[in-house]
Design a protein around this ligand. Sequence first.
Ligand SMILES: C[S@@+](CC[C@H](N)C(=O)[O-])C[C@H]1O[C@@H](n2cnc3c(N)ncnc32)[C@H](O)[C@@H]1O
Length: 269
Amino acid sequence: MFTKQYWTGSLRKTAILKVEEIRKEFAGWVSPGYDYRLRILRHIFNKKDIEGQYVLDIGAGCGETSGSFMVHFGASGATAVDSYEGHGSDVSTYEQIKTLQSILGNKLKIIKQDIWNFFTEDKYGFIVAISSLHHIAESKKTLRQDLKLEQKIVELFKRIGGMLKDDGKFVFFDLARRNYSPIPRYRERYKTVVDLSTKQDPWAWMSALRKAGFRKVRLRYPAPVVLDRFKFIHWLFNNYLMCILTNSGYLIEASNFKKEYNKLYQEAE
Ligand SMILES: C[S@@+](CC[C@H](N)C(=O)[O-])C[C@H]1O[C@@H](n2cnc3c(N)ncnc32)[C@H](O)[C@@H]1O
């Protein structure tokens, strides 16, 4: 149920919002090209993982993912954590998510904070980070070359693992360190807009996730979204070579976090 609080004189009242109205307002709020973005979200995420879950969106930006998960994937609510201090967001991003909150009401919580300083006792069924980890741990070095950074990431992943419900999943989308795509759209993007040399290849994160205590770590290279209808050829794209020959994107799912490991870690702190 979506609700909104408002004041009449000195009385605080709660209004119940109609889902259809929310959908309509959300459709008016999204940025141009949102239909394509929703197609991508549907292409890379599994609705079953998100439906009915409370989501933590790390590096949430303007909140389009949090909003989509609530409006189109049936998430029961979302907490958007973002520092909103550059590193992938511009000044208007915070205003945008505040406007989104006025549409979604109580279901969207915004926490303006650096993830490195974010601590909570809350538990989430689904934790997501889309294109934000490479900003959070930006480095020209690989994690294997920079062991100090790797250790910091392991500690962060332990903290994230501790925020998951027992059957919860931490899923993130990120970019590989290189791109050799013959497709002009990608080649241009990675030459002029996005600097891939500050990203990490998937195995760097996977190793850190295992060290942090995630027992199940799964890597997927989604096929380009234009092929979303041709499921029978997706396996052809599910490898590193095809990844760097197309959009350089990959998805990592981590679950089955060793809670006892986390407890020991908290006690030691
Ligand atoms: C490329 S944007 C991605 C935004 C959103 N996830 C999306 O897919 O549209 C990266 C986001 O990560 C956030 N970010 C970067 N470093 C962060 C940090 N240390 N803590 C929290 N958020 C951070 C930025 O403010 C930015 O909004």
